[in-house]
Ligand binder design. Structure first.
Ligand code: PEP
Length: 270
């Protein structure tokens, strides 16, 4: 839920298929914890940005041990929307909660484009996560071709409408949307902060309208080549509430510097 005075910033780390062996995950999580402490950042304290680390499934438990009593939270990078059964390779929301995750990235463009997930699959995952008590970080974003054809809002609107189908207004305070233009992910070619903020405003307006709730509750992040050097530009935008960070989240000091930029954003009840 947003804190008094505005929405609490959130910075999430998507480690992708890196640092998944338990020893590696423990080491990186511990390093992030140390770097944040060195900067005087305590994500467990009210008024500080929320910080979520999303290792591969195999690193969840070990990263969780390194984060114990730190205020840092754990997330998964995906989930299977089914509760249990003969689904080889599947990992359910309940299993993720049992492994210590409180969040799950859903609909990342790599899941959509590499693994062929469609909008309907993303919708089932969002619904299953919320139902089980996991908070989804729903990713939406257009490809370069779609952007060049002037279809950014059409694509993002379609992905969002599908993912939110069947949800109630209360979901606005539970889920987080990450606007991640596909052309900006892992390319060192971040979006212009003003352009990202404009899409975030579109997302918030549409989500509020479709779910019939208070759109001001919904946190919208930007993701796509965020680094310590450019984070401030995004976090200065009132419409953007934080960042989903891929490559730069594998460097503990770099990631901590992005969290520090989120704290400098202020204006939310700190
Ligand atoms: C991502 O994959 O969610 C992401 C934002 O990656 P990167 O920061 O490396 O562009």
């Amino acid at each position: 839920m947003p804190e008094a005075g505005g929405r609490r910033p959130l910075v999430a780390a998507n480690w992708k298929m890196n640092r998944g062996a338990p020893a590696e995950a423990r080491e990186l999580a511990a390093a992030v914890r140390r770097e944040l402490e060195a900067l005087g950042l305590d994500p467990g304290r009210p008024g500080e940005p929320e910080v979520v680390l999303c290792p591969p499934y195999t690193g969840l438990a070990a990263a969780g041990e390194a984060l114990a009593r730190s205020g840092l939270e754990l997330g998964a990078q995906d989930l299977d929307p089914r509760p249990a059964g003969a689904f080889t390779g599947g990992v359910s929301a309940a299993m993720l909660l049992g492994a210590g995750a409180r969040w799950a990235i859903v609909g990342h463009s790599e899941r959509r484009l590499v693994y062929g997930e469609d909008d309907a699959a993303v919708q089932r995952k969002v619904a299953a996560a919320l139902q089980a008590g996991l908070r989804p970080i729903l990713c939406v974003g257009e490809t370069a071709e779609e952007r060049d054809a002037g279809r950014t809002e059409a694509v993002v609107g379609r992905q969002l409408a599908a993912a939110l189908a069947g949800l109630e207004a209360a979901a606005l305070g539970r889920l987080v949307v990450a606007y991640e233009p596909v052309w900006a992910i892992g390319t060192s070619r971040a979006a212009q902060p003003e352009d990202a903020a404009q899409v975030a405003a579109f997302i918030r307006e549409r989500a509020g309208r479709w779910l019939g709730g208070d759109a001001a509750e919904l946190r919208v992040l930007y993701g796509g080549s965020v680094k310590a050097a450019n984070a401030e530009g995004f976090l200065r935008q009132a419409e953007l509430d934080g960042a989903l960070v891929g490559g730069a989240s594998l460097e503990a000091a770099e990631f901590a510097a992005i969290v520090a930029a989120a704290r400098r954003r202020g204006g939310w009840g700190a």
